[in-house]
Design a protein around this ligand. Structure first.
Ligand code: SAM
Length: 290
């Protein structure tokens, strides 16, 4: 454990400050007073964050800290923190480090015994999940999917049997392709929710089976505009499924899977139980021994 109260007392504090993901009113009063109180603000893009500071009437020295210069900038910021200055880290939008720079800085600050304090606020993934109507007791946030088609498909295949709700970030120019791929890999009946332009004027949720959502966004002229969070219902566990009382579905799937290919198992089990073929297909995969 690395905790050195002596050095923490001498060092400044590194504040990790969340900023709005669209609506400026979402900036907390504590975020604002923290930004106004520190000696320097490290920002992913100083011009972008400069506009937010201008809106808040705050004038502060800023330092750019992005993926390409984080190691070098981190050591300069750590020196300033060790000399007793307070530093705030912000990203372009939302919570720093969540698919944004800052990991190296926070890691090294902790290693040096510098106090790191979060100033929580907006985060697109939590914002989206909170209103999607998908299970939130367990979720897996997987950041951005790979941009190359083959790698993206492999990742979706690797996650297809996951029972937790899946959450991704996606850029507008890949959203149609990604939703089509989710439909192809996880089945057109898999329930998905897209949160678009959250907290902004054109905030929209698209929810339903992947096949339908795909058609809706393809037909919507704004369907591929703006920022997106993609959420996918996990594969239903036996305990989550409605109990028909008649058949132990897992047992049925296991017995059939010992004799038949997965596709046939799903087809027969769907007829017997009235449940979705795709859901059962994923369940057979999840039940299969490695
Ligand atoms: N650190 C940020 C956070 O806390 O959410 C995320 C930064 S990541 C580089 C940017 C991605 O977050 C976007 O491509 C989009 O997928 C998602 N995002 C950010 N703002 C959003 C919004 N207002 N509505 C929907 N998605 C958003």
């Amino acid at each position: 454990m690395k905790s050195d109260p002596g050095s923490q007392a001498r060092s400044g504090t590194l504040y990790i400050v969340a900023t709005p993901i669209g609506n400026l009113e979402d900036l907390s009063p504590r975020a604002s007073s923290t930004l106004a109180s520190v000696a320097v603000i490290a920002a992913e893009d100083t011009r972008h964050s400069g506009r937010l500071l201008q809106h808040l009437g705050i004038s502060k020295p800023m330092l750019a800290l992005h993926d390409h210069n984080e190691r070098d900038r981190a050591s300069r910021l750590l020196d300033r923190l060790e000399s007793g200055e307070d530093v705030a880290l912000v990203s372009d939008a939302g919570t720093p480090l969540i698919s944004d720079p800052g990991y190296v800085l926070v890691r090294q600050a902790r290693e040096r015994g510098i106090r790191v304090s979060p100033v929580p606020g907006p985060c697109a993934l939590v914002t989206a999940l909170s209103a999607a109507g998908l299970p939130t007791d367990r979720f897996l946030f997987a950041g951005f999917l790979p941009s190359k088609r083959g790698a993206r498909r492999s990742e979706l295949e690797a996650l297809a049997a996951e029972t937790a709700t899946l959450v991704f970030y996606e850029s507008p120019h890949r959203i149609l392709e990604t939703v089509a791929e989710i439909r192809d890999v996880m089945g057109g009946e898999r329930e998905i929710v897209l949160g678009r332009e959250l907290t902004k004027t054109f905030e929209t949720f698209y929810a339903g089976p992947a096949g339908e959502v795909c058609q809706v966004i393809e037909a919507d002229p704004n369907g591929a505009r703006g920022e997106f969070v993609v959420m996918i219902h996990g594969v239903r566990r036996e305990s989550d499924m409605d109990d028909t009382g008649a058949v132990d579905t897992d047992k049925l799937l296991q017995l059939l899977a010992a004799e038949l290919p997965v596709k046939k198992v799903a087809k027969i089990a769907a007829e017997l139980t009235g449940r979705s073929k795709n859901e059962l297909y994923q369940r057979v995969l999840a039940l299969k021994p490695e």
